[in-house]
Design a protein. Structure first.
Length: 440
């Protein structure tokens, strides 16, 4: 592939998470064709209406009964995630969520009745590794479909490659504001909520609490920085002022005292009625505990990155009272209202994930599963797995598909962000994420 695909990293990895994850051997390629389960319930993970933009006939390469085990020639789906390098911990969660989804789908009809053969490549948390892996999947492995990559700073390169060879791709996100305003891709979609959707959720949160004066700080993640930038922009029209500190830090930060001191200088000067810390889940408990210890008495809010079990690493008492937002509410679906649009599939996923891995799933595991929810929805809408053009057309016209992150909708003019709402506010109480309200 042309060297132009080797894009420089836009930012550091989405999150560097100090979680206990299943060990991975680090092989370059892993192939999974899950054995059918005889006890799995029929899938309810998509209700997308059939697309009217394709006339392709349904595939005839299967004899599997609807809802029964998949049979016939496997459909090769390539996944690139990070199994080594600095983003390996969340990358392995993505792998586990994907493997669980494939196992479930293969027990319940697969893709158009055919089983999924999941082929996993490690990008070693690098763009060049992602490009090499995707080139291998396309040119040597001859995959039928592609999902991933996990690393945010490799996603634009992957979209370019898939666009050139006309490969259907379901990607992660969140995309940056620049990416959302740039090229409109027609062979790939991105799932996760970006800065515009997250900022809208924050505006609803701010109004619900009645905040007027907010102090905020971010780490180096673009989603955090750009969301706060949008809130600075949206504040005057919505009756609040958000002051974003110029200070920031990376994932290698170990001494947070200078940052805490700077925050207290601004806190004492501005006298805000809320503090937003848009940081990764490793930094969140350190900053929260430190601010409370230094005398901050106003509510402190974290980003969706902090809606993660890793914030309890210093003990639950360290984050007691901490507010966090979440995309979709996957951190505690049991606490969501019964009419929450994706609660049922979230509860089902949590139960199956705990049974398989003896751990609670995180947002990244949900992303790994959502790849296949959207791919299946597109295949179902197209009525075929063989006609890639028909599947592509169906994918970029999906409407309100329930996924673990929320309802996903795409149009040919908007393929950079599928989730348009379902942001949730939780508060930590007694080592639990307690539901406060839905935001958008």
């Amino acid at each position: 592939m042309k060297k132009r695909f080797m894009l420089a990293g836009l930012i550091a990895v989405l999150l560097v998470i100090a979680l206990t994850a299943m060990a991975c051997g680090g092989e370059e390629e892993t192939t999974t064709t899950a054995a059918p389960s005889t006890t799995a319930a029929p899938s309810t993970e998509t209700t997308a209406a059939p697309s009217t933009e394709t006339t392709a006939a349904p595939s005839t390469e299967t004899t599997a009964a609807p809802g029964g085990p998949a049979t016939g020639e496997p459909v090769k789906v390539g996944l690139i995630t990070s199994l080594t390098g600095p983003s390996a911990s969340p990358g392995i969660s993505v792998q586990q969520g994907a493997q669980l989804a494939v196992e479930y789908l293969n027990a319940n009809g697969g893709l158009a009745g055919r089983p999924i053969e999941l082929i996993i490549e490690d990008d070693a948390s690098e763009v060049t590794g992602m490009v090499t892996a995707l080139t291998k999947l396309i040119e040597q492995t001859k995959i039928d479909y592609f999902v991933g990559p996990f690393i945010q700073y490799g996603q634009e390169a992957a979209r370019e490659m898939c666009e050139e060879v006309k490969m259907v791709m379901v990607g992660t996100g969140p995309t940056t504001l620049a990416q959302q305003a740039s090229k409109k891709y027609q062979w790939s979609v991105m799932m996760s909520a970006g800065p515009v959707v997250q900022a809208d959720g924050y505006v609803q949160l701010i109004k619900a609490h009645g905040y007027k004066n907010i102090l905020a700080i971010s780490d180096i993640l673009s989603i955090h920085n750009e969301t706060l930038d949008k809130l600075v922009e949206l504040g005057p029209a919505n009756g609040f002022t958000l002051t974003k500190m110029p200070d920031t830090f990376g994932f290698d930060q170990t001494d947070f005292q200078p940052i805490l001191n700077r925050m207290m200088e601004e806190y004492n000067k501005l006298k805000p009625d809320a503090v937003f810390i848009s940081v990764n889940p490793i930094a969140a408990p350190v900053l929260y505990k430190g601010l409370v210890a230094l005398g901050v008495t106003v509510p402190i809010h974290g980003s969706p990155a902090a809606a993660h079990p890793a914030i309890f690493m210093m003990g639950p008492e360290a984050v007691e009272g901490f507010y966090v937002t979440d995309s979709g509410g996957i951190v505690n679906p049991a606490g969501l209202p019964d009419d929450w649009p994706v609660k049922d599939i979230q509860l089902d996923f949590v139960q199956r994930y705990q049974a398989k891995y003896n751990a609670m799933p995180d947002f990244f595991a949900a992303c790994g599963s959502d790849y296949f929810t959207l791919l299946k929805a597109a295949v179902d809408a197209a009525g075929t797995v063989d006609d890639k053009e028909a599947v592509r057309n169906a994918l970029i016209n999906l409407t309100d598909v329930p996924t673990l992150q929320g309802l996903q909708t795409f149009t040919p003019d908007e393929t950079t962000e599928g989730v348009y709402g379902q942001m949730v506010e939780f508060q930590v109480k007694g080592a639990q994420f307690t539901f406060v309200r839905g935001l958008n």
